[in-house]
Design a binder for this molecule. Structure first.
Ligand code: PLP
Length: 449
């Protein structure tokens, strides 16, 4: 047991709460291990039994400025003292200021406009509706391994895990999936995978199955999140942009996970010279308060007529205040910190890789990093049971992590972490990796949830 872990895990209070939860809360949540939150500060969290953990999951990449950053809390408190809600039927300055700020930061080279939502999935729904509305076209392309949410429209694209679509068919019609380029696990023999996927869309799909003139938009994650933290190979997004332009198709970047400084830049899009027409945001935008946004070229969003789309809670004043404070902090220092500490972190992960043959690939940008576990580097066979075992050992050792893809551990700490936090995480991670390899593996799960 590490010095911060005071009880066997889960502790007695956590066990009691989990038992109560099992009686009254939906069993559908895909929880990986029994951490029950008490409170947090920065990159540290405490469970209800007084055990302290280093949080490299950040509420699935949400707590961008760290837990309860004083400036974010202050902004929420002063907004709450004025009013809690007015609805999107009316105006308030916080929402306008947030739209001005986001439009100023957006990767588009022309004026932009915003639509506000409460979550990632709702932002994706809005982006899809916008694309259909302005194009008058009904089809879409998405990517295998993509994750865009779980409501019926976004779910029609989501394909990072088998269990997400299973039981919910029929989803929205008109979505065709293509492979996401992965040069570590190439699907197209003897080719650079980005170029091969582009050729497949143009020469196979558009030639025989999907008339490009009927495609409203292509929805893509610049770095595929739940699908395994796969970084789009250089040239791929530029090629996708050119393909969209050839056929009058809109390009939507889903930056719900990769946006707001996570990759060391405000938008992951800025890593490549390929500008989207529409971007979706959520997760890190509110530092924990539920807010999503669609940022689109004004030439596109201004074509929505009154009543074409709306909601009740979008642009909630507390969420807008949290988002404004978050964007200020990310612009001032945390995007730069994600780049610097991220470089240090990926170097430390590569060191670990040189000592452990089960680490197949280390990848990512900024503080959106991952390592794929394999049974050995030669075969590259995914090591899912090992990945589950490391996650559990890390929890026992006081480090919160999440997985993605089939057998990938992902690292998405708050953007304010220091190199000392990274050093602590690496020590705990290496211990967990060694312990997990030493114990008999848990059963393999055929369809992980
Ligand atoms: N898009 C991406 C890229 C995501 O990673 C997620 C969630 O993980 C979503 C959309 C859906 O967001 P939410 O869970 O807030 O609906």
């Amino acid at each position: 047991m590490t010095k911060h872990i005071k009880t066997p895990l889960p502790g007695p209070k956590a066990r009691a709460l989990i038992a109560r939860d099992a009686q009254v809360v939906s069993p559908s949540y895909p929880r990986e291990y029994p951490f029950v939150m008490s409170h947090g500060r920065g990159a540290e969290v405490w469970d209800v039994d007084g055990n302290r953990f280093l949080d490299f999951a950040a509420g699935i990449a949400v707590c961008s400025t760290g837990h309860s950053h004083p400036r974010v809390v202050q902004a929420i408190q002063s907004a709450a003292e004025r009013f809690l809600h007015i609805s999107s039927d009316f105006w308030h300055e916080g929402q306008i200021r947030l739209a001005e700020r986001l439009n100023g930061l957006a990767p588009m080279e022309e004026p932009a406009m915003c639509f506000f939502a409460q979550s990632g999935t709702e932002s994706v729904e809005a982006a899809l509706k916008l694309a259909r509305y302005v194009s008058g076209r009904g089809r879409f392309l998405g990517f295998l391994g993509g994750f865009h949410g779980r409501t019926m429209g976004s779910l029609s694209f989501t394909s990072s895990k088998y269990t997400q679509q299973k039981g919910f068919f029929p989803t929205m019609p008109g979505v065709t999936h293509v492979p996401y380029p992965n040069n570590y696990r190439p699907l197209f023999a003897g080719a650079e995978q980005g170029a091969a996927v582009l050729a497949y869309i143009e020469d196979v799909l558009f030639a025989g199955l999907v008339p490009p003139s009927e495609v409203a938009a292509i929805l893509v994650e610049p770095i595929q999140g739940e699908g395994g933290y796969l970084v789009a190979p250089d040239g791929f997004l530029v090629g996708l942009r050119a393909l969209c332009d050839r056929h009058g198709i809109l390009l939507i970047y889903d930056e719900v996970q990769s946006g707001v400084g996570r990759t060391g830049k405000m938008f992951a899009a800025e890593h490549w010279a390929a500008v989207p027409d529409i971007v979706t945001l959520a997760k890190g935008l509110g530092s924990g308060l539920p807010i999503g946004a669609v940022v689109a070229k004004a030439s596109i969003m201004s074509r929505w007529t009154r009543g074409a789309h709306g909601n009740t809670f979008g642009g909630n004043p507390l969420c807008c205040a949290a988002a404004l404070a978050t964007l200020e902090l990310v612009e001032e220092r945390y995007a730069a910190n994600a780049a610097t500490v991220g470089d240090y972190f990926i170097g430390r992960l590569r060191e670990l890789q040189s000592r452990h043959d089960v680490i197949g690939e280390v990848r990512g940008k900024g503080l959106m990093l991952a390592m794929e576990l394999v049974s050995d580097r030669q075969s590259r066979a995914p090591a899912r049971p090992l990945c589950e075992a490391v996650l559990n050992r890390a929890y026992q050792n006081g480090l919160l992590l999440l997985s993605c893809g089939v057998s990938t551990l992902r690292f998405m700490p708050p953007l304010m972490v220091t190199t000392a936090d990274v050093d602590e995480a690496i020590t705990l991670l290496e211990a967990s990796l060694t312990e997990a390899q030493a114990v008999p593996r848990p059963r393999a799960s055929a369809a992980h949830s």
